[in-house]
Design a protein around this ligand. Structure first.
Ligand code: 48F
Length: 257
């Protein structure tokens, strides 16, 4: 068989276009393919929801690959270990209640499970704005990340979603654009983003779960974004809260809460 470059080109454009077309109106759009976003997309897809994940970077996994300060091991406490076990990620007890896992195994395995469950992930796509109708966020405005990076003057495209998950980590990027551009009152004490506080692992891990919730009509927060939105502290390279937050947000969406 003689390989044709044109067939290769057509195959990629054709397959990608179909995949993308299937995701321009979804049940849930997850912004950010870090640990919280990936776990959320796994559970949502598993529950039969049509879910698309938009990730700014070329790679998925967010802050997980680098473990702590690029020592590529993560720590997970007892509560979060159930998620590692579910995905078959090797966890070793370090001291009672503290487990470690290889950061590369964790990130790649969670991503693989999310995709095999049916989630679709679009890397190199950045969410730069939202669409709002009658006080509810109904969709995302997306562009290619390299367009943003190069500062090119190119108009974006849009996707609609019944539910949006801001899993963008420390910068709460979806909420930030809502706060900047819309009159929507967030379900926080002030109605605005409260902002992340300094490192306190114990408190932060607990609060991550509490703060995982609907933050305005159409939008949920998960992972570090949830803590930053509700004024919780950061926690550093312990990941149980991130994993459980992804599961929690999927449960809330499935229950319509
Ligand atoms: O930062 P990230 O890993 O968020 P997370 O899932 O987990 C936080 C931990 O990694 C760590 C921690 C300890 O547990 O505190 O920081 O809450 O992943 C967020 C992802 O969102 C992407 C970003 O590139 C990253 O991969 N992202 C951020 N803004 C956008 C975005 C955007 N506007 N559009 C698309 N993707």
């Amino acid at each position: 068989m003689v390989l044709s470059e044109i067939t290769i080109t057509k195959a990629i454009i054709d397959r990608f276009s179909r995949k993308f077309m299937e995701c321009i109106d979804v049940d849930t759009a997850v912004v950010g393919a870090g640990p919280a976003g990936l776990v959320a997309s796994y559970f949502l897809a598993k529950a039969g929801r049509k879910v698309a994940v938009f990730e700014r970077k070329l790679s998925v996994g967010g802050g997980m690959w680098g473990g702590g300060m690029m020592f590529n091991e993560i720590v997970v406490q007892e509560e979060g270990k159930e998620i590692l076990d579910l995905f078959g990620i090797g966890a070793r007890e370090y001291e009672p209640g503290y487990y470690t896992a290889d950061a590369i195994e964790a990130a790649s395995t969670i991503c693989s499970h999310a995709m095999k469950a049916g989630a679709r992930i679009f890397n190199c796509m950045s969410v730069e704005d939202v669409m709002i109708r009658e006080g509810r966020v109904i969709g995302l405005v997306i562009t290619w990340s390299p367009v943003q990076m190069a500062g090119l003057h190119v108009d974006p495209l849009t996707v609609t979603a019944k539910n949006i998950v801001d899993a963008t980590g420390h910068d709460t990027e979806v909420l930030a654009v809502i706060a900047r551009k819309a009159d929507i009152h967030l379900f926080t004490d002030t109605g605005k983003i409260l902002g992340e506080r300094s490192m306190w692992a114990e408190k932060a891990e607990r609060l991550t779960l509490e703060n995982t919730k609907r933050i305005c009509p159409g939008v949920y927060v998960a992972g570090m974004s949830a803590n930053a939105a509700f004024g919780g502290p950061r926690m550093g390279p312990i990941f149980g809260g991130m994993l459980l937050s992804g599961k929690r947000v999927a449960e809330l969406i499935a229950a319509g809460r």
